[in-house]
Design a protein around this ligand. Structure first.
Ligand code: TYM
Length: 376
C-alpha cells in the first residue's frame, strides 16, 4: 500500500484507516449532526448530559429526534448494540457500551446485545467457529462487568440462537438486492457467500422485540459510525416488514496509540485490551504517538500539541471526568509545563487502575452470564 493510500480515509464495518473526517462522514453517509437543540431535548429527559455527549464524542444520529418524540408520547424504544467477537475487547469498544448503559438507566429500556460469532467466523479467514463462539462468551463478561442487569439486558449469541433470528433474517434478506449489498458493503467476486447474506442477521435485533413480546417499538442503536452501513440497508426495508425504522446515535472512534485510524484489534501494539497486564499497558502507552517535541528542552520552551496527541484523547474519552482538570492539562501541555512522560505515567496508572477493577468484575460475571442469555 502506498503512503497516500494509507492516509486516505476508509470507514467500513470491517476497516477504519486514515485520518477520520467526521463532518465528511455525516455528508457521505447521509446522517444528521447532533444539534444543540437535540442535546437540549435529551437533557430535558436525562438531566445533566452524559460526558460523552458534552464532549461531542457522540456526534451524529438518524431519527433520534423521532424516537425521543415518540417516547414523550408514551411509545418506548429498545436499545440495540453488539460486538463482533474476534478476540479480546479493547477499551474503544467500551465507549459505546458505557453510553448505552447510561441510556438504559435514564430511559428505563431493554437492551438487546448481539454477539456476532457467525460474522467473525465468516469474515476472518484464520478464525474457527469454535474460537469466535468462545470469544463471544468472554466478551459478554466485559459487557456484564460494566454493570448491566440481567432483568433488562438480553444477549444474543448468533451461532447458538440462530433459530430465533432466522425467520426475520429471511424476510430481510429477501428484500435486499445483491446490487444494494454490493454498493453498501463493497463485496467482491472473491467474497464468500456467507458474508454476503450476513448483513441480514445484523438487522434482526432491530425487530426482535416485537417477535418476543408482541410490542412493536423502535430500536435505538448506540455504536461508532463504522456500523452505519448496516442501518442504511435495514432502514430501507423496515417499514416494508411493518416495523419502525431503527434509529442510531453514532460515536467517534477512540484512536489507537499510533498515528491515525481507530483503536483496532488488528493492530494489537496500538490497542489496549481489557485483558492486558499492567506492564503491557505501560509499554504500549510509553510507545504512543503524542503531540510532543523532539527534546524535553524544546517542549518546555514551545509547548506541545494536545490536539494531535493520542494520550490526551484517552483522558478526553475515558480517563478524566473532571472538565476543569482536563482543560488544565491541555493548557499545561500547550505551555510546556507538563511533558509527555508525565501524561504517559498518569494515564498508565489510570488505565491499570480501571482494568484491575474491570477484571475483578468480569471474573464475577462468569457466575451470572447465563442469566443474560436471551430466552425464547
Ligand atoms: P465490533 O466488535 O467491531 O465493535 C463493537 C462496538 O464497538 C465500536 N467500536 C469502537 N468505538 C469507539 N472506538 C473504537 N476504536 C471502536 N472500535 C469499535 C463499534 O462501532 C461497535 O459499536 N458487527 C459488529 C457487531 C454488532 C453490532 C450490532 C455493533 C452486531 N450488531 C449493533 C453495534 C450495533 C461488530 O463487529 O462490532
Amino acid at each position: 500500500m502506498t503512503d497516500k493510500e494509507k492516509n486516505e480515509m476508509v470507514v467500513t464495518p470491517w476497516e477504519v484507516r486514515g485520518k477520520v473526517d467526521y463532518e465528511r462522514l455525516i455528508r457521505e453517509f447521509g446522517t444528521q449532526p447532533l444539534t444543540k437543540e437535540l442535546l437540549r431535548k435529551i437533557e430535558k429527559r436525562t438531566g445533566k448530559l452524559h460526558l460523552q455527549l458534552q464532549r461531542k464524542l457522540f456526534f451524529s444520529h438518524r431519527d433520534l429526534d423521532t424516537v425521543l418524540d415518540l417516547y414523550e408520547k408514551g411509545i418506548k424504544f429498545v436499545l440495540y448494540t453488539g460486538r463482533g467477537p474476534s478476540g479480546p475487547v479493547h477499551i474503544g469498544h467500551l465507549v459505546p457500551w458505557i453510553f448505552t448503559k447510561h441510556l438504559q438507566e435514564k430511559f428505563d429500556t431493554r437492551l438487546y446485545f448481539q454477539m456476532t460469532d457467525d460474522e467473525k467466523f465468516l469474515v476472518e479467514d484464520e478464525l474457527k467457529l469454535k474460537e469466535t463462539v468462545n470469544f463471544g462468551y468472554e466478551n459478554a463478561l466485559d459487557l456484564i462487568a460494566l454493570g448491566f442487569k440481567p432483568e433488562n439486558t438480553f444477549i444474543i449469541f448468533d451461532a447458538q440462537d440462530i433459530d430465533l433470528l432466522y425467520d426475520i433474517a429471511l424476510e430481510v434478506a429477501k428484500r435486499i438486492t445483491y446490487s444494494t449489498a454490493k454498493a453498501t458493503f463493497g463485496f467482491q467476486d472473491s467474497t464468500n457467500i456467507g458474508w454476503i447474506f450476513w448483513p441480514a442477521i445484523q438487522a434482526v435485533p432491530c425487530f426482535i422485540h416485537a417477535k418476543l413480546t408482541g410490542e412493536n417499538v423502535p430500536a435505538l442503536i448506540p455504536a461508532a459510525i463504522d456500523q452505519d452501513p448496516y442501518w442504511r440497508v435495514t432502514r430501507d426495508i423496515a417499514q416494508k416488514l411493518g416495523y419502525y425504522k431503527p434509529a442510531q446515535i453514532h460515536c467517534r472512534f477512540l484512536p489507537g496509540l499510533g498515528i491515525g485510524g481507530k483503536m483496532s484489534a488488528s493492530e494489537p501494539e496500538t490497542s489496549i485490551f481489557v485483558t492486558d497486564p499492567p506492564d503491557v499497558v505501560k509499554r504500549k502507552v510509553w510507545n504512543a504517538f503524542t503531540g510532543g517535541k523532539g527534546t524535553a528542552a524544546e517542549q518546555r520552551k514551545t509547548g506541545a500539541e494536545p490536539g494531535i496527541c493520542t494520550i490526551f484523547q484517552y483522558f478526553l474519552y475515558l480517563f478524566e471526568e473532571d472538565d476543569k482538570k482536563l482543560s488544565e492539562r491541555e493548557k499545561q501541555c500547550m505551555s510546556g509545563e507538563v511533558l509527555c512522560g508525565d501524561c504517559k505515567a498518569e494515564l498508565t496508572e489510570r488505565i491499570n487502575r480501571f482494568l484491575s477493577e474491570h477484571c475483578k468484575k468480569r471474573e464475577k460475571a462468569r457466575n451470572i452470564v447465563d442469566k443474560f442469555h436471551i430466552k425464547r
